[in-house]
Design a protein around this ligand. Structure first.
Ligand code: PMP
Ligand code: GLN
Length: 382
């Protein structure tokens, strides 16, 4: 967790956002929207503050939010959850991931993830003292090879940690891969932890949580958050869903990480989860149009673009433009074009960074005119 000079290393997201601020470049690096989410959600937070919901809340989370999460899971996934025993509200998906890994994993256990992976996974697995085993996702479609997946899981595997939809690639996991994960977890008595924070940001097929597939529910901890769906990444309201015994184990850790957090934001996210289906469809439709705008623009500018099927990220290859080093490319991009992007190598172990040598991630969760401007700037690159 320390940089080469021994001081804490900034995350790639903090580093690239600071670079955007310093240079005045358009920030297509760190993934956060540049517009507010639904007014119903914002108003509900203001109301909760006015109504005095400003002290420590219930340890498991606001009852309104837990019941809204249960309703949401029933509405979208036909999943039945007990809001009092099977749902735990956390400080973002990040705390849910941290508490879950710290609760389940012992020093020396193995945790399997795909690679590239969201940066927090590597750090949290290290904090838990576990060994990080990765399964590569390769361009162009970033789908796992199921034999490689099978070879990565063994009796030392405590957790298979799955991010679906997937940051940074925008890939969604197919049915066969999900079933293989369940089969492997069963065979080797491992838990499945799923990070589904992009569940509503899908452009092709609807989301199917692994926990709803046969054989999964007893051993699966599903994690999501309100940040992406409601454009409230700064509120950090997340949740974990699992069988009561597992939730108790996660709560035992969570209570000493933050205890509780974000009291007035919890009923506000509950209001968001209760919005009609048309809201959720609208989120995906708007982002699909933004994906198309940026992807078409990047192709026109000479980038090789890998189709993004979900999230608000798209991966590109800069080698057709004559660049071979994505880290250097991203470092110089603010000066050269007034845009910030993230080298995909930030999502790899040191050992496998070479696999992403010329790959760059762009975020498209920005206003249409900002994306237009970015496309024009990138079009003038070469
Ligand atoms: N998981 C993934 C895959 C992410 O991209 C992010 C980033 N925002 C998070 C978790 C963190 O979610 P939260 O802000 O709710 O902690
Ligand atoms: N999830 C966001 C991304 O991938 C960033 C979150 C963060 O800054 N930690 O860009």
């Amino acid at each position: 967790l320390l940089g080469s000079d021994g001081t804490p290393a900034a995350t790639i997201f903090a580093e690239m956002s600071a670079l955007a601020v310093r240079t005045g470049a358009i920030n297509l690096g760190q993934g956060f929207p540049d517009e507010d989410g639904p007014v119903e959600v914002l108003d509900a937070a203001r109301r909760a503050i006015s109504d005095g919901e400003n002290q420590y809340g219930a340890g498991m989370g606001h009852p309104l939010l837990r019941s809204a999460i249960a309703d949401h899971q029933r509405r979208f996934y036909a999943q039945a959850l007990d809001p009092d025993r099977e749902i735990l509200v956390t400080a973002g998906a990040t705390e849910a991931l941290a508490a879950t890994l710290l609760a389940l994993v012992e020093r020396g256990d193995e945790v399997v993830t795909f690679e590239p992976f969201y940066d927090a996974y590597g750090a949290l697995i290290a904090l838990a003292g576990a060994k990080h085993v990765t399964v590569p996702l390769r361009a162009p479609d970033f789908a796992p090879d199921l034999d490689e997946l099978a070879r990565a899981v063994n009796d030392r595997t405590k957790v298979i940690l799955v991010n679906d939809p997937h940051n940074p690639t925008g890939a969604t996991l197919g049915d066969a891969a999900k079933r293989r994960i369940i089969e492997l977890a069963e065979r080797h008595n491992a838990y499945i932890v799923t990070d589904e924070v992009y569940e509503h940001l899908r452009f092709e097929t609807p989301h199917v949580p692994i926990a709803t597939l046969p054989g999964a529910v007893e051993r699966t901890i599903s994690i999501s958050s309100g940040g992406k769906t409601f454009s409230t990444t700064g509120w950090k309201i997340g949740w974990a869903m699992a069988r009561p015994e597992l939730i108790q184990a996660i709560l035992a850790v969570k209570q000493f990480l933050t205890f509780v957090s974000g009291t007035p934001f919890q009923p506000a996210i509950a209001a968001g989860l209760a919005l009609p289906d048309s809201f959720f469809a609208g989120v995906a439709d708007t982002l699909r149009a933004k994906r198309d705008l940026l992807s078409t623009g990047l192709r026109g500018a000479g980038f090789h673009v890998f189709e993004s099927r979900a999230t608000y990220f798209v991966v590109t290859d800069v080698s057709p433009l004559g660049f071979t080093d994505a880290v250097e490319f991203c470092r110089d991009l603010p000066q050269r074009a007034g845009v910030v992007a993230i080298p995909l190598s930030a999502f790899y172990t040191a050992e496998h960074r070479g696999d992403a040598a010329s790959l760059v991630r762009f975020a498209f969760c920005k206003k249409f005119d900002v994306l237009d401007d970015a496309v024009a700037r990138l079009g003038a690159l070469v």
